[in-house]
Write a new protein. Structure first.
Length: 326
């Protein structure tokens, strides 16, 4: 059995993917730089949780930065058992890209290129790579479902631009080096062990501590909230169905059911037993008013479809929160 590299292994989605792969008996090699974009203690706790359930020797962790291309290439070269990659490591967050732009080019452009080079230099040993893209590549739209063939040349943030660049680089590498790549455009992922910069986390923390929550665009936002277990199932389905020939495939992966932000707040109020104090704010630079995934291609090619509605997912998140934070 070969090994699967998971980049961003200590991240929200990455840790869940590692857990699912380990649960089915895979050998997993995790990479993460444990950067301080948010508290690294949460990242270490995720790693501790997943390694605690892994069979002895099934999980190996490398603390390295994807933008250190020499270290990345050396790691891949040193382990000839690596035959698949799930590349989730990136600098996330639309708003922080306004403050720390070079962090995004380092992780999402140079780091993505390092993975492409590692795959290319494996000379066919790495049979399939699945990588994370984002719904942000579609830009600011309110005209219905986003489809993979839609134009993505008007990003609203540097974050989105760097992820679109990753898609373009991936296509170039497939054309030049005949590798197999599948990109997945994630739509607003949430759930247990989530990211502290996401709205549902910020709202939960503020509401339980009696602080006001900020609703940008005066709360007139719609998001295609997608539960992390559905995302993980889609990632693994894509990984397991490599294209028959060298190809660069792109898929939306979302709940395909946009929800009003104010409806999410109402659900959290019910689940937490706390009334939210709200502050209506203008739209933030780089943000978009709505996201909506057409996931028909994922259903057609992999038999995948989301199964978790927002209320069920938030219930599971709140249950995790109470267990983790008390």
């Amino acid at each position: 059995m070969g090994k699967i590299v998971v980049t961003g292994a200590a991240g929200f989605i990455g840790a869940h993917v590692c857990q699912a792969l380990l649960a089915r008996g895979e050998q997993v090699v995790g990479l993460d730089n444990l950067n301080p974009y948010y508290d690294p203690a949460l990242k270490r706790a995720r790693l501790a949780a997943l390694t605690g359930d892994a069979a002895p020797g099934a999980f190996t962790f490398h603390h390295l930065d994807l933008s250190d291309q020499d270290a990345v290439l050396a790691m891949f070269k040193a382990d000839p058992a690596i035959d698949r990659v799930v590349h989730l490591g990136a600098q996330a967050g639309v708003r922080w890209s306004l403050e720390a732009p070079f962090a995004y080019t380092a992780a999402n452009v140079t780091g993505h290129l390092a993975i492409l080079e590692a795959v290319r230099r494996s000379e066919g040993r790495i049979g399939h790579t699945v990588y994370a893209s984002t719904s942000s590549v579609y830009g600011s739209r309110t005209d219905g479902a986003f489809r993979e063939g839609d134009r993505v040349d008007s990003p609203a943030s540097l974050y989105a631009a760097t992820k679109a660049a990753g898609e373009l680089m991936s296509k170039v590498y497939v054309d030049l080096y005949k590798i197999k790549l599948t990109g997945l455009r994630f739509f607003t992922v949430y759930g247990p062990w989530g990211r502290p910069d996401m709205a549902y986390w910020l709202f939960t923390d503020a509401m339980l501590k009696g602080r006001p929550i900020r609703l940008f665009n005066e709360g007139k936002m719609r998001r295609d909230f997608t539960f992390v277990d559905d995302i993980v199932a889609g990632i693994i389905a894509a990984l397991d169905h490599a294209p028959a020939a060298p190809a660069h495939r792109l898929y939306n992966i979302g709940n395909s059911n946009p929800e009003e932000l104010l409806d999410m707040v109402a659900m959290l109020e019910e689940l937490l037993g706390v009334k939210a104090v709200t502050q209506l704010m203008p739209m933030q630079p780089g943000d978009v008013p709505a996201t909506f995934a057409d996931v028909s291609a994922m259903k057609r090619d992999f038999g995948w479809q989301p199964t978790t509605d927002l209320r069920t997912g938030l219930t599971r998140f709140v249950g995790w929160w109470r267990g983790h934070f008390g």
